[in-house]
Design a protein around this ligand. Structure first.
Ligand code: SF4
Length: 509
């Protein structure tokens, strides 16, 4: 779509809205010519103590024109949020006039579409009014508005439970047995990078020990620890023992709600490794088939069958972990609504108290993007998700966290479902940005959150295992930044971010 911006350079907001409302349309900047059939002119101008937005748009033989007046008040940060909200709203309304069906999350384009609902609840809005607010203010569909209201209630409860010095910990193991076709993660296949695993474990344990000292010196309390990947169980039992032992020695276990380890691929799970997890107090594991259909498993590059998943789950259940999660993906290549239904029905029989339903995201770095695979249509994905919502609800599961990724089929979402009392708090903390997350390992993303404000900073570890091993000084610099964040917070608390538009502006990040 040809885009013309007048009086501003708000490319990010406009491009996010474009991707959300016109999937497949790429932004092109330049003057509109008579040959252009798909274009939008987005104008901002000063207007009586604020600004006025206008959007004129042409698509599919139809044209529309909308305008919004936006009063501006408060801090610069708040005004920025108000301006971005008005521009996104104006673009959405103009686009809605020319498109057949608006996306399920309305004008919300970001990773955390339930963040405005959590914000409203935390500022005293009665829960029964939250869904209506999401529909009216952000044009979210009724089913997604109810969903956001439900997950926001869980986030609000978690927020109330967290103290100002509570944090969560994450460790990443960026190795997998093979690479799935839809993966854009830096994860390396163990076959190709076997030699890197032992030095990686050494570097990781050194980083964890340094982090433990820093956390103790700041008087912070870890509430949850999550080991993800990649596939952590690609490590040997001895290597897992080494990493978990470093955590035990470095952090006080008493404040933890939970310790989670992703045992993602069933073909990496052994009794010996599960025993190590139990010995270190791991109380939550995740076994992630993604599908139970063998031909779909082959299509996504997995080396195991649905029967292997059943065997792995039997093995896991013998170790008595308090909570078990299973991941499925709606929209995988070669899958159908019937195949997805069979996969979910089989998972429901296996007794996991958490089931996470992802929607396929066609990521830029993935092999899938370049393959001619038969990918289900957005309508078929919608049928899969509708079936999941009905079946999981009937079996006593409730949605407790959600998030979105770019390029998702049908602009849907990923939802964590659980039985009562089985929520994984780490997932709630990270998705609702409720507390700082101190991350260890290659590609680790540390997030520093000042509770009750919109003040968030990030620091990233080096991405690839090789550079992570060779340059430990980068991790130490990130830990120094983390410590400086808390020291600054102690000396000078930021203003409370009391503005729904500031929250709107943050849901994209
Ligand atoms: S298991 Fe996850 S991290 Fe590993 S290759 Fe597959 S999608 Fe990527």
């Amino acid at each position: 779509m040809k885009l013309v911006l007048q009086g501003h350079d708000e490319r990010y907001t406009v491009e996010q809205s474009l991707m959300n409302l016109f999937p497949g349309e790429l932004p092109v900047y330049g003057p509109i010519t008579p040959e252009d059939t798909s274009w939008a002119v987005i104008t901002q101008e000063p207007w009586e103590g604020g600004c006025r937005m206008t959007v004129s748009l042409s698509f599919g033989g139809k044209t529309s024109h909308r305008e919004e007046v936006c009063p501006l008040s408060g801090t610069d940060f708040q005004k920025e949020g108000q301006r971005r909200y008005a521009m996104a709203r104006c673009f959405f309304l103009a686009a809605r006039d020319v498109t057949a069906s608006p996306p399920p999350w309305g004008m919300l384009t970001g990773v955390r579409p339930d963040k405005p609902a959590t914000y409203a609840l935390s500022r005293g809005m009665p829960p029964r009014e939250v869904a209506a607010m999401m529909e009216e203010r952000y044009f979210v569909s009724p089913s997604r508005a109810r969903l956001a209201a439900e997950t926001a209630e869980v986030a609000a409860a978690a927020m109330a439970d967290l103290g100002p010095r509570d944090i969560a910990l994450y460790a990443g193991i960026p190795f997998c047995p093979t690479r799935c076709v839809y993966c854009s993660f830096v994860s390396q296949s163990v076959e190709k990078s076997f030699a890197l695993v032992p030095p990686y474990v050494e570097a990781l344990t050194a980083e964890i020990r340094a982090g433990g000292e820093m956390v103790r010196s700041l008087g912070l309390r870890p509430r949850a620890f999550y080991m993800g990947g990649g596939t952590p169980t690609t490590l040997t039992a001895r290597q897992m023992d080494q990493v978990l032992g470093a955590f035990e020695a470095s952090f006080d276990r008493r404040g933890y709600h939970e310790i989670t380890v992703e045992a993602g691929r069933p073909d990496t799970i052994t009794a010996e490794k599960l025993q190590v997890l139990r010995d270190h107090g791991v109380d939550r594991v995740s076994v992630n088939p993604q599908t139970m259909e063998d031909h779909v498993l082959r299509a996504i590059g997995r080396c195991h069958s649905g029967a292997d998943v059943i065997d792995a789950m039997e093995l896991v259940s013998g170790f008595g972990f308090a909570h078990v999660n299973m991941d499925l993906i709606a929209g995988l290549p070669e899958d159908t609504p019937e195949g997805f239904r069979r996969s979910l029905d089989r998972c429901l029989k296996m007794g996991a108290d958490n089931i996470t339903i992802h929607t396929l995201s066609l990521k830029k770095g993935s092999r899938l993007l370049h393959q001619r695979a038969a990918i289900p249509t957005p309508e078929a994905v919608g049928q899969m998700l509708d079936y999941a919502a009905g079946a999981l609800g009937q079996h006593g599961y409730r949605p407790y966290y959600l998030y979105r990724q770019k390029y998702m089929s049908g602009s849907f979402e990923n939802i964590g479902w659980c039985r009562p009392g089985a929520a994984c708090w780490y997932n709630v903390y990270i998705m609702s940005e409720l507390c700082s997350i101190l991350s260890f390992g290659a590609g680790g993303s540390t997030k520093m959150v000042e509770p009750g404000t919109n003040h968030i900073q990030r620091a990233f570890n080096l991405k690839y295992p090789g550079e992570y091993i060779q340059r430990p000084e980068k991790c130490l610099a990130n830990q120094a930044a983390f410590a400086a964040f808390y020291r600054e917070m102690d000396a000078h608390a930021h203003e409370k971010g009391d503005d729904p538009d500031a929250v709107f502006a943050q849901q994209d990040q």
